[in-house]
Design a protein around this ligand. Structure first.
Ligand code: ZN
Length: 158
């Protein structure tokens, strides 16, 4: 089956399943003992609270993990984040952060420059664009990652 055979509805269903799967069985969940960077992310609007841990060696993110609690979207997003950023250079991880935030907040279209990164499975989070309050849930972990990489202790969506 080629990609062209997959309709928009099928794709939405696949994305929904991916989100549910990550929310139910978050990857890299727990504390990272050898973390070199960490930050807390808080979304008071929804009650999501998580802690992001990174192990950075030189410019490379060797490992990532998170713990905390929140709604399905915030947990799934954090889980997807850990899968995406492990093995990336910190600069590249921050490009994903910018690209995802731009994409979810609708700023991407207005920018002339194409997104520097292919969002890949992170596009599963695009469904939240229809629900502005959930955008904060979907980007929380990424704000925490951004804070951690900039040696800030806390990120809040408010
Ligand atoms: Zn939430």
């Amino acid at each position: 089956m080629s990609a062209a055979d997959i309709g928009a509805d099928d794709l939405r269903e696949l994305y929904r399943e991916l989100i549910l799967d990550h929310a139910k069985s978050p990857r890299h969940f727990g504390k990272l003992g050898e973390a070199t960077h960490s930050a807390e992310g808080v979304n008071p609007l929804c009650g999501d609270k998580l802690h992001m841990y990174l192990k950075v060696d030189g410019d490379r993110i060797e490992d990532a993990a998170f713990e905390g609690s929140g709604c399905a979207i915030s947990v799934a997003s954090a889980s997807l984040l850990t899968e995406v950023v492990i093995g990336l250079d910190t600069e590249n991880a921050l490009e994903y952060f910018s690209a995802l935030v731009a994409r979810l907040t609708g700023r991407a279209e207005s920018e002339a420059a194409p997104s520097p990164v292919e969002l890949g499975k992170l596009r599963a989070l695009e469904g939240v664009r229809e629900f502005p309050s959930r955008v904060k849930c979907a980007t929380l972990a990424w704000h925490a990652l951004n804070s951690a990489l900039h040696h800030e202790e806390r990120a809040t969506t408010e």
